[in-house]
Design a protein around this ligand. Structure first.
Ligand code: NDP
Length: 331
């Protein structure tokens, strides 16, 4: 049994949710095949939902959020995952109703564990985290549906966020003409440094007019926000091209008609990083460690400690985070 620190969210009797840093013991963790000493975690929008009582993410409190973790195996009952192995865990139930990476230890089933691929450090993996992984998954699925650099510019919405910023870098690195949609006039330089060749103000995409189609513009779309913005992107896809939908920061609803689908032959692709089978997750991680490896990953980092997490959770909920919040555990 080992004592460790964890960032914990508690549901109070009046229904409010409070946050505190607490001391825990590894015997408090759920029974799992693999006990991992967590070195790094990250801040995703979903972690902020878990930390504020969103029942679609977390039902059981007190709870330690953190849907991402990278660390070293401390104990393992699975012969294929030896003690001392550096590993990544993202998705499945981690940080939802299973204590997550905002604690210094996690205990999980071996079927959730990805051995760290050669070419990626634990820190790199968590700078990417679920957000970076999801950006890569969107591009992987778009390319499987035929997207290529010769098919026209690719648009990324929510571009300064975690998923969006990594998507901009991955696309531009892969030779795509990459356009970014942002609500942050102050962050155009950040987006240009990531490789965006054109930057569009979010307000250009919020119109809910009944025009069935817009001018054919995009060879692909990575959408992290949903709502009217997503449908305006779909209306402007080039013939036969696709949009990948992974998020709902603007709205979970899409004010849509079938016209782009039946007149332009376009596709709306669903993206889920959570339940994606481990072997498919491993393929994306090995791409991120090799042919999709991002140079200068440190450009994305908003550094966090367990003491600064609470403030960062409020900032991500307010849509004010830029880049990827990287939590480094101190011990
Ligand atoms: P972030 O909060 O880091 O980024 C979201 C970005 O969206 C913001 O930075 C902002 O960028 C933009 N934004 C904020 N508010 C609004 C608004 N009201 N309307 C339009 N745009 C807005 O979140 P993440 O990148 O971590 O996640 C993005 C989405 O993807 C979330 O909904 C998350 O739940 C989802 N997600 C889904 C996954 C999956 O497996 N399907 C996995 C990971 C995330 P800007 O100012 O530049 O426009």
């Amino acid at each position: 049994m080992t004592q460790f620190k964890a960032f914990e969210v508690t549901k109070e009797e009046d229904g409010s949710f409070t946050r505190a840093i607490v001391e825990r013991d590894t015997s408090d963790l759920p029974e799992g095949d693999v006990l991992i000493r967590v070195a790094y975690s990250s801040l995703n929008y979903k972690d902020a939902l878990s930390a504020t009582g969103n029942p679609g993410v977390t039902r059981n409190y007190p709870h330690t959020p953190g849907i991402d973790a990278a660390g070293v195996v401390a104990e393992s009952s699975d012969a294929s995952i030896a003690e001392g192995t550096e590993v990544i865990v993202i998705g499945f139930d981690l940080g939802m109703n299973t204590a997550g990476g905002y604690g210094e230890y996690i205990s999980v089933p071996s079927g959730w564990v990805t051995p760290l691929p050669a070419g990626l450090s634990m820190r790199d993996a968590m700078i990417l985290g679920t957000a970076g992984f999801t950006a890569a998954l969107c591009i992987h699925k778009l390319e499987s549906a035929g997207m290529s650099p010769s098919g026209g510019p690719v648009l990324v919405t929510g571009a300064t966020g975690g998923v969006g910023s990594v998507a901009v870098r991955l696309l531009s690195q892969a030779g795509y003409e990459t356009h970014a949609v942002t609500g942050k006039a102050s962050e155009h330089e950040f987006l240009r440094n990531l490789g965006a060749s054109e930057i569009h103000d979010r307000s250009e995409f919020e119109d809910e007019s009944s025009r069935p189609l817009l001018r054919e513009t995009w060879g692909g779309v990575v959408d992290t926000v949903g709502g009217a913005i997503l449908f305006n992107c779909i209306k402007a896809l080039k013939y036969g091209q696709s949009a990948a939908a992974c998020g709902l920061v603007s709205s979970p609803m899409i004010p849509a008609s079938v016209f782009p689908f039946i007149l332009r032959h376009v596709n709306l692709l669903g993206i889920d990083s959570v339940e994606l089978p481990l072997d498919e997750k491993n393929v994306i991680w090995s791409n991120l460690a090799s042919n999709w490896k991002i140079d200068n990953l440190e450009d994305f980092v908003a550094p966090l400690t367990i003491d600064t997490l609470s403030d960062a959770i409020d900032r991500i909920l307010a849509g004010e985070m830029v880049g990827r919040g990287l939590l480094t555990h101190s011990s």
